[in-house]
Design a binder for this molecule. Sequence first.
Ligand code: MOS
Length: 752
Amino acid sequence: MAQTINTAVTRTDARRKVTGSATYAADVTPAGMLHGALATSDVAVGTLTSIDTSRAEAEPGVVAVFTHSNIPDYQTPKGFYAGGPGAASFWPMDGTEIRYAGQPVAYVVAETAAAARRGAQLIDATYESAPAQIHMNPEESFIVGAEGDKKGMTVTKGNLEAGLAAAAQTLEATYETPFQHHNPMEMFAATAEWRGDRLTLWMPSQSVRTLRGGIARAYGLPETSIRVISPFVGGAFGSKAGITTYAMLTIAAAKGVGAPVRLIVTRPQMYTVATFRPESVQKFRLGADADGRLTAFEHIEIAQTSQFDAVVNPGTHMTRAMYACPNIHTEQRLARSDTNSGGFMRAPNEMQTFFALESAMDEMADKLGMDPVEFRRMNDTDTHPVEGVPFSSRSLMESYDAVADSFGWADRATAPGAMTDGDWMVGYGCATATYPTNISPSSARVRMQGSGHAYVELAAHDVGTGTYTIMAQIAAARLGLPVEAVDVVMGEADLPLAPISGGSTTAASAGSAVHLACLNVARGVIEKVVAQSEGPLAGLSPEAVTLDDGVLRGPDGRSQPLVEALASTPMGELEAEGQYRHPALTDQALRATYAGGYGVAGPVTPEHAMFAFGAEMVEVRIHRWTHEIRVPRLHGAFAAGTWLNRKTAHSQLLGGMVWGIGSALHEVTETDIPRARFLNANIAEYLIPVNADIRQIQIQMLEEQDDYVNPLGVKGIGELSIVGTAAAIGNAIYNATGKRLRRLPMRISDLV
Ligand code: MOS
């Protein structure tokens, strides 16, 4: 049998994607479909005092114009951070209140997309505007969830001040990270079709069940009346997780006109009708003894949030899990400003908090005169520093050792500015990568035919990461089939429960369900083969036979490959479900998942702390006269339990590191402060790394066995490798120049 796990398997959907036959939400055209377009607010805060739609309505092709006064009503969902399915708690066109620039004020429906967009430009709205602030004021921050603080928004262990007083070296430093927007290649789009009280919605989604449940409640309909279809997603990164403004408005508009409507959101509008990465301030105070052992660790994170949601992605939960320290204090704080609500964006808190933490660790190592890798080794720990439970596996220093070898870390000169090459100042930097292992309950159905073909069905999503392929690999490995003999069906809410594709949960969670479903479908085969009059397993009790990677095994070495059993026994079609639930999953998390929310076990359970780890090392070159910053080499070593697919996993790690270069050097959503607007809302001015910015990237995928996390031993890698990249680059810039940059992105102007 061909080994299908931990090998490089080309994506099963690759041909469909490159030939254009993969159907995305905006490719669907139901009969009689009309086109939608949004008109949005010019002011950030105020009241819509009048809205004249007559010019839009007179535009040829325009069929209807909806505003707050005539859009069909629905029960607006609560926002995600308030325990609901919405991307935000405030819903536009529900009244005349304006709370952020770019808020939709009218929805135009027309016979063509062009007519709809022309109509949207002809909306005449007037506003009474009030002063608005797009940036938070960190001085006006507050602590989230103060009542009882069950979620650990503030944590104190030991005595921080005593730890600082006892330290041989202390560091106090503040780091800043900017607003960032996801910019997936696939535009936000929704196509909605009502037939009476039944709705079909085609929409790229990280959670078809969140959409289905939320829409059903908004319209007071049973979930069985709502079909949500999302077979392909062209990138999401957190932007397609909750129910967004544009989705609800499209559904309402389709109801209003009595015809299917498709909306493709424009790129500038994508900056305000979904979520983004909030800006943040990260304050650290560290103390260490003369040997380099941490004696005090304080991290206060202040993240931006809207006026109407408490968007908390708790970075302090991750930073306090990293290094041994007897005296720890962390605080998770928010500060409000006038934007739509932010949300998740790839490694939603780890990217920004680990830029700060790993920069601070480098600063402290420098103060101690220690090698930054040795400083981390000195503070490495087998147990969670606050929770006290052991890590289920932790290959942090193995990662550092592996990457140090490939990179040639030993050649690094400790003194800043010591390495040069002609007019180039050369610097080496390193940082830790980590990501929590979040395990969601999940189900899958496997159908198997006598011919040896299997179908795997589950409500998971392929957000571009290769999920179709790894699910096929898991089933193929368990059933002893070639990958091509497995068809995977996903991206529909009616399929068996699978989690939100967020928090790097899918491979581990849904993969475990597929694994269990395969074991269960094999029970049907076993019952038939033991009932046969001849064959290697004939006459055995079914309980005595198990499936072991494609082979049915009984006592006394009696065995038969599953495919052989299928071929020799009249079988018909077999079907079984697998339901996976991590033993540490709480009932509350289970209920949340069934309700379409984000329910996980981990990263800390009563027995273990579950995290994936890695280490990155980077060489930067800074031109002495132009201060141009180049990244000729970026190496990483990662351990995340079992690798399912060495090709797609490598691509995920590579993509994260490239994005890390972007966060470090390019990426920021610029703001128009007087008008409180996002400014560079397009791909021309929102800078991302291009080929010229990306040189050698080398990745090592370390072997790691973790039997606690789930039956497959998989930790999840979608968000691991972006974490730490920016700090590694900043640390290398310091090594090259002696200049410490504490704000992202780090640009030429910061070095002049
Ligand atoms: Mo990802 S930011 O967890 O969708």
